[in-house]
Design a protein. Structure first.
Length: 280
């Protein structure tokens, strides 16, 4: 069953919070608007339905995932009943989108992949405050509210474009200066055979203290963050050089090609060779 959802009027923007119950069920549905969502909590999957091929494509979503969907294709989300989805939803039409100077880039990206699923948690956490600020603005009637919301939404869409095109790799930031020193050390030495002991010594913490503080501040373990940085550097080389995948894996700090390929696919949802083909 495919439902049609309609929002009256044109040049519209609709913002709301969506908190699903554990027994919530959603049919496949379409609408003429765009939908940008930020998953505040919960997990599940989103599905699109190709009516010509009669095939369902599925994407995992979890806390801090960002999705941008052009609503003309059938779509639905399915919650994990133990952890239903809570989202900020932003709906806008093509007339509203066209106010953006670079709106065509958004349309081009959605032609390649619909919906766009941004699952890099570290990157998305930088964008979370923008969603929060939009929510705060919509609840009050301050001077210039509409102008400010348009600017915030435009900024979100540009960052989504950059994440898709690989023009802006994640650079973490902590309120703890000790951790910031460690992040700088990792960013400068990612290609070397560095380990957690080296990182803990940079900020003068014991291994146990460092592990706890780093995970609390960054949301990832030392090894997870190191791999994210290495793969970000590998993506840059895959886009901009003719080096072989084996050479690139070695250059960014991976000694095992198969491990590099597994980590790359886990993070980017495609293999290094598939990623490289997108930029040939």
């Amino acid at each position: 069953m495919i439902d049609t959802m309609a929002i009256e009027g044109s040049d519209f923007l609709l913002i709301r919070e969506s908190n699903h119950n554990a027994d919530f069920l959603m049919n496949f549905h379409i609408h003429s608007s765009f939908e940008l969502s930020f998953v505040m909590d919960g997990d599940g999957v989103c599905q699109t339905y190709n009516q010509e091929l009669m095939r369902i494509q599925e994407f995992k979503v979890k806390k801090d995932t960002i999705l941008l969907w052009k609503g003309q294709i059938p779509y639905r989300s399915i919650d994990n009943t133990a952890s239903p989805l809570k989202q900020v939803l932003i709906f806008f039409d093509l007339i509203y989108l066209k106010k953006m100077k670079d709106y065509q880039l958004i349309l081009n990206a959605l032609e390649q992949q619909n919906p766009l699923v941004i699952s890099n948690t570290l990157y998305n956490l930088q964008l979370k405050p923008l969603f929060r600020e939009i929510l705060n603005e919509i609840r009050v009637n301050n001077t210039g509210k509409d102008t400010l919301i348009f600017g915030l939404l435009s900024k979100l869409l540009v960052h989504i474009l950059r994440s898709i095109e690989g023009e802006h790799e994640f650079n973490a930031k902590s309120k703890d200066e000790r951790i910031n020193r460690t992040l700088e050390y990792i960013n400068q030495n990612y290609y070397k055979n560095i380990c957690i002991k080296d990182a803990s010594e940079v900020c003068a913490l014991s291994l146990r203290q460092f592990s706890e503080v780093f995970k609390k501040e960054i949301g990832k373990t030392f090894v997870q963050y190191l791999n994210i940085i290495r793969i970000a550097k590998a993506k840059e080389k895959l886009r901009n050089t003719n080096h072989s995948i084996t050479d690139i894996a070695f250059e960014v700090g991976f000694d095992d090609l198969s491990y590099f390929t597994r980590r790359f696919k886990t993070q980017e949802k495609i293999t290094p060779s598939q990623y490289k083909k997108n930029f040939l």
